[in-house]
Design a protein around this ligand. Structure first.
Ligand code: NAI
Length: 518
């Protein structure tokens, strides 16, 4: 029990979706919780719903009856702000408006003791700006829980310009005692997750806008081939198109309309139409029981021939799961010793089969004067049920079919995209890396906390930085440079730290960063 870390109860202000979840987390860790909402009914309703939900868990044999009743007894609804006077920590989860939050903390500062810590669960406002309303902004930080708060492991602890190390340390200890995994970051737009995750949605939304494939196929390329837990489009349907669009817009605005955060017109149209996703019954998909769910488009070759000769070239250490997949299938590989330092590729008869580096397959085929099929990145080629490819326009149908047959023989379903540079997972991961490196370079968070936040906050299969390091910074840089050249848009410009890593001038440390900003 973590109540010894604080000399008084925890106040939770705002009893909506997040507030009641945070109250549950604090009470489960042994704190007495005072729950306040301007709307008294909202507090009592939220507590009644929590009681029902937790007691159902007891009835289902999933929780202990005594523990549950004790937890519920620790949460007390209060009807006046003045009743929060004894709290040692006040966490607000009220309306997402700067003036409203500032006014609340001004009132709390007048009521509570000088030792009380203040925390905001804001997802988009500056902690520094909220804290500026306080006479003692040193004792205020962001405590950004993810929805649902009792389930999601990540808590971003956000340091405002005035937040002291002592405040951060105590909140960090509390988060650990509350069985959460804290990631510390500076107050900057989107903190870690809402900033670094933008390209996950943006790249697929762009591919949809460019009519590369259907929503179901695009989602399968990221989920079943790439290794993400959900496809970006199905995830935005779950989050709510309006909510996801608003986060992108707020980050875009906060970064001075930087084109790398440009909101999607396709998504804006969904919002305009009220197609908000699951909650409205329709988004990129339809959720009424009568509708037939769209399936991904796989290319299937029933009777084509398999390659007669397969040779592996280059160094496969950047693609360990692909090398293991070949071995696992007993594919006889003729190792080509002379090219041990270069990028890995397979030669399937006369067809070159390689991981994309951001160029069109047709362009690569022209350069190499040979038929080319490129494949997309995956977090784990062995586990993935699908592999995504694109073929050069000069290939004969039989040459591309040969590759599809080969991949089917490895047990994979195959998505054949039109010739699209960096396909889908590779361009997404390259952009996630770029964003994480930019945040690292600007001292927003350490490499370890950046990766932790993306794995625990949005369930990525690998942290973007660990993923980039495994694939190789040169590959990530080349991908972005090729996309930059293809689109001639500043969206894909590589960040300075990526250039330094790719050149080998610096290496990535997963220990804490040196803090240069005072
Ligand atoms: P909500 O709308 O479900 O609940 C907000 C509650 O605050 C309402 O019950 C309202 O009556 C109350 N309230 C509003 N102004 C108040 C005031 N001045 N004093 C006391 N109570 C007041 O909102 P939700 O979704 O729980 O969000 C709350 C905060 O958490 C926002 O800052 C939001 O950005 C942030 N957040 C939301 C997440 C989500 O997924 N919903 C995730 C992470 C953060």
């Amino acid at each position: 029990m973590s109540s010894f870390l604080l000399q008084g109860p925890v106040a939770v202000i705002g009893a909506g979706t997040m507030g009641i979840g945070i109250a549950q987390v604090a009470a489960a860790a042994g704190h007495n919780v005072l729950l306040f909402d301007v709307n008294v009914e909202a507090s009592t309703r939220a507590l009644t719903t929590l009681q029902q939900r937790l007691r159902q868990r007891v009835e289902a044999g999933k929780a202990d009856a005594n523990d549950t009743e004790q937890l519920l007894e620790r949460i007390q609804v209060v009807t006046a702000l003045s009743e929060l006077a004894p709290c040692a920590l006040a966490i607000e989860a009220i309306a997402e408006r700067l003036d409203v939050k500032q006014s609340l903390f001004r009132d709390l500062e007048a009521i509570c003791s000088q030792q009380t810590l203040f925390a905001s669960n804001t997802s988009s406002l500056s902690i520094t700006a909220i804290a500026s309303a306080l006479k003692h902004p040193q004792r205020m930080a962001g405590l950004h829980f993810f929805n649902p708060a009792p389930v999601m492991k990540l808590v971003e602890i956000v340091r405002g310009l005035e937040t002291t190390q002592a405040t951060l340390n105590l909140l960090q200890q509390l988060a650990v005692a509350w069985k959460k995994q804290p990631a510390i970051c500076r107050s900057a737009p989107g903190f870690i997750v809402n900033r670094v995750a933008r390209p996950f949605y943006a790249e697929t939304l762009r591919a949809l806008e460019e009519q590369v494939a259907s929503p179901a196929t695009l989602d399968a390329a990221l989920r079943d081939a790439g290794g993400f837990a959900m496809g970006p489009l199905q995830l935005t349907d779950l989050i709510g198109q309006d909510v996801n669009y608003a986060v992108t817009e707020s980050v875009f605005r906060a970064f001075g309309h930087d084109p790398r955060f440009q909101p999607s017109l396709v998504q804006q149209e969904l919002v305009n139409a009220g197609h908000l996703g699951r909650k409205s019954g329709r988004g990129f998909y339809r959720y009424d029981s009568s509708s037939i769910q769209e399936s991904p488009a796989f290319s299937c070759i029933e009777n084509g021939s398999l390659p007669q000769r397969i040779t592996a070239h280059g160094c496969w250490s950047s693609l360990p799961h692909f090398a293991a997949l070949l071995q696992q299938n007993g594919i006889a590989i003729e190792e080509q010793k002379e090219s041990a330092e270069s990028a890995p590729f397979l030669r399937l008869d006369e067809v070159i089969f390689m991981l994309s580096k951001g160029k069109l397959s047709s362009e690569v085929a022209e350069e190499m004067r040979t038929p080319v099929v490129q494949f997309d990145l995956s977090a784990n080629y062995q586990q993935a049920s699908v592999i995504t490819i694109s073929a050069a326009s000069c290939n004969t149908a039989a040459q591309t079919a040969l590759v599809i047959r080969f991949l089917q023989s490895l047990g994979k379903n195959v998505i054949v995209l039109p010739d699209y540079p960096a396909l889908l997972t590779l361009r997404t991961v390259a952009m996630l890396c770029n964003e994480a490196l930019d945040a690292l370079n600007k001292g927003i968070a350490s490499a370890a906390d950046l990766d932790l936040a993306m794995c625990r906050g949005v369930n990525y299969p690998l942290g973007p930085l660990a993923w980039g390091q495994q694939l190789g910074w040169q590959h990530i840089l080349a991908t972005l440079e090729n996309l930059n050249a293809f689109y001639a848009e500043p969206r894909y410009r590589p960040t300075s730290l990526l250039r330094q890593l790719a050149a080998g001038y610096v290496s990535l440390s997963f220990s804490a960063t040196q803090d240069l900003i005072p």
